[in-house]
Design a binder for this molecule. Structure first.
Ligand code: ZN
Length: 266
């Protein structure tokens, strides 16, 4: 289920970078492939000092950072079974890490404590780290930024890794809600081919292909709106050239949703 590619020698002391496809909120509970992958990856990676989480579901004008000692859980999903709303997940935050994030981002970011851990983040982390004992600092997705800017935000955040902070970007490489088919357990051809093109670019270390996703056939269907895709670019920006990449949860479902996820540097 996983593919690994080592292009050069990775630096072993760095915390890893993750791009995780979260998909339907229902992946948080019950028996499903995504959840199994998240549980396994949590065990493989172990616990970092803290996580900086970049969420597709915290969509803002400009880049926002929560700076607080705590986190509130945001149930930003509607019409799902009540069992999903029983999930409680609100790990502490870390002021020192939040301050470091703000310092690295400089004038390009602002403090905003009106958001917390949304389902794009808690659905994944409550399975990776079920004891909620890894502090999480939330960073938004800037809906006004260019693809290149999202990549550069990752570059700015990259030094966090030297301090044991894992960067977790949560979105989906292919995400077209208008085309979701709840009966499909795989992907449409266009979803498979776009997801594969991105994967091949990443495995080749050609991250600029991912930045220029609008040159890839089928991008209009794969990325009708860009907020779920952009976290991938922030993750890629935080990767050093030649670091090991692990592809996991490599599948499509509901026709128009890619769950394909990546870990770099571990
Ligand atoms: Zn989502």
């Amino acid at each position: 289920m996983t593919t690994q590619s080592t292009l050069h020698t990775a630096t072993p002391t760095l915390a890893p970078v993750m791009m995780v496809g979260h998909g339907s909120p229902m992946n948080a509970i019950g028996d499903n492939r995504a959840r199994q992958g998240w549980q396994q990856m949590g065990e493989i990676l172990g616990k970092p000092r803290a996580i900086v989480a970049v969420s597709a579901h915290w969509l803002t004008a400009g880049l926002h950072v929560r700076r607080s000692t705590d986190n509130v859980q945001i149930n930003d999903m509607y019409g799902f079974p009540s069992a999903l709303y029983q999930v409680k997940y609100a790990p502490a935050s870390d002021l020192a890490v939040a301050d470091e994030v703000l310092r690295l981002l400089g004038d390009g970011a602002q403090i905003d404590n009106n958001w917390g851990i949304d389902h794009g983040v808690w659905s994944v982390l409550c399975n990776m780290y079920p004891d909620a004992d890894v502090p999480v600092v939330m960073v938004s997705t800037d809906g006004h930024a260019t693809a290149q800017r999202h990549y550069e935000v990752g570059e700015l955040l990259r030094p966090l890794r030297e301090q044991g902070v894992m960067i977790v970007a949560s979105g989906n490489v292919v995400h077209n809600l208008g085309r979701v088919n709840w009966r499909m357990t795989d992907g449409y051809d266009w979803a498979d081919s776009f997801d594969d093109a991105i994967k091949q670019a990443i495995l080749a270390g050609d991250f600029q292909q991912a930045v220029h996703y609008d040159r890839i056939a089928g991008y209009e269907l794969a990325i009708p709106t860009s907020e779920h895709y952009m976290p991938l670019l922030t993750a890629l920006g935080a990767v050093h050239q030649g670091e090991r990449v692990t592809v996991w949860n490599d599948y499509r479902e509901l026709g128009s949703m890619s769950m394909t996820s990546y870990v770099f540097g571990k």
